[in-house]
Design a protein around this ligand. Structure first.
Ligand SMILES: Cc1ncc(COP(=O)(O)O)c(C=O)c1O
Length: 373
């Protein structure tokens, strides 16, 4: 039977994002996902371990409500303005499923995090890309106005941005964009590293959705906890789907782990501060290797090999030979064949990574010279 003939058209038309090779054994250092390099705090691990004796029960809705309350306090909004999701990836889906009909449009600023675009395409929506300028910033408000059509529903702003790591725009510009009267998503997955948030704008704008995650700043990527902040109207609409289909969307260990992180905020704040220092140190050392590094407020940096005239794809192969996996960014719209993404290595791995980068550059430049002889 031809099963594909039963599949919805937007899914047939969708490209599958290729995240690359995944079969690496433990000896490899994987720096392509931007994970927080610090191990989860022993206090949080203990709380999670204690919760494991209850796995025969569904996750407690009471604990879920408690986490929602605590997140409201943490973010400075009411609990009714918070919705927990199974990772930010799930938040994208929920938003697209709620707002996007076939042929509706969403505006993104490229290069940016591609998962949002996939969620739009999944619904049969169309992506209208606006390029960021050479500093990876939103350059003109007029470009946004002219890109809006009758079908535009959503504008997605990733701030700080993945894969560039920088803030793409200011709160003032986001406020102007909100005035356009469309749904505006501000992805603040890395909020705590730079501390800049649009959260105050929620008081005035019921069309704003802020995405936050426990994966990066709180180092809980393995448990898939995220939340969004929005007006109660939006939260109620999204909850129609979430409560009706996935009441128990956050697992017991995830709920308990997230609560424990909020209870031990001093530890989380300390690790955020350390990561910021490590990123500065890593960026400085990369610059000393004559690499151009973009100023980042996240768990990763984008650096360019253009000065070295080495392509990211050759560099990836050489680094993999050294058992270090980075990300070649040439596949992103708006980035070049020289651009590389690297998570911030843990202090114990820093010298290993820098040595591998240095040696790979020397070797690849040597090859170029030999080829030219
Ligand atoms: C900007 C941005 N948003 C969302 C996510 C996904 O986060 P989560 O782990 O909560 O799904 C990422 C992950 O890399 C990201 O960089």
């Amino acid at each position: 039977m031809n099963v594909n003939s039963l599949v919805r058209k937007p899914i047939i038309q969708m490209d599958r994002i290729q995240w690359g090779e995944t079969k690496y054994d433990e000896s490899f250092l994987i720096l392509k996902w931007g994970e927080n390099p610090f191990p989860t705090s022993p206090k949080v691990i203990k709380a999670i371990s204690n919760s494991l004796s209850n796995l025969n029960s569904y996750p407690s809705l009471n604990i879920k409500e408690l986490l929602r309350d605590k997140l409201g306090i943490y973010a400075g909004v009411k609990a009714e303005n918070v919705l927990l999701t199974n990772g930010s990836d799930k938040a994208f889906r929920l938003i697209s499923e709620t707002f996007v009909d076939v042929d509706d449009e969403a505006i993104v600023f490229n290069p940016t995090f591609p998962v949002f675009s996939s969620s739009i395409k999944m619904m049969g929506g169309k992506i209208v890309p606006i390029p960021l300028n050479s500093n990876y910033e939103i350059s003109s408000f007029e470009d946004i106005q002219t890109s809006i059509s009758k079908r535009t529903k959503i504008i997605y702003i990733c701030n700080p941005n993945n894969p560039t790591g920088n803030y793409t725009t200011s709160i003032e510009i986001i406020e102007k964009i909100l005035e356009l009267g469309l749904i505006v998503i501000v992805d603040e997955a890395y909020f705590e590293f730079g501390g800049i948030s649009t959260v105050k704008l929620l008081e005035e704008y019921n069309n704003l959705i802020i995405l936050r995650s426990f994966s990066k700043t709180f180092g809980l990527a393995g448990l898939r906890v995220a939340y969004l902040l929005a007006s109660s109207e939006i939260i109620n609409m999204l909850s129609r789907i979430e409560d009706s289909i996935e009441t128990f969307n956050i697992t017991t260990p995830s709920l308990v782990g997230a609560l424990s992180i909020l209870k031990n905020m001093d530890e989380a704040l300390y690790s955020i501060k350390r990561l910021n220092e490590m990123r500065k140190q890593y960026s400085n050392k990369l610059q000393k290797l004559n690499l151009k590094v973009i100023n980042s407020s996240t768990t990763f940096v984008l650096f360019s090999l253009e000065n070295q005239k080495i392509s990211a794809s050759d560099f990836m192969k050489e680094m993999a030979f050294n058992k270090i996996i980075l990300k070649d960014l040439s596949i992103y719209d708006g980035l070049s064949k020289f651009d590389v993404y690297s998570a911030i290595p843990a202090p114990k791995d820093l010298e290993r990574v820098l040595d591998a980068i240095n040696n790979s550059i020397i070797k690849l430049k040597q090859n170029v010279k030999t080829e030219n002889i």
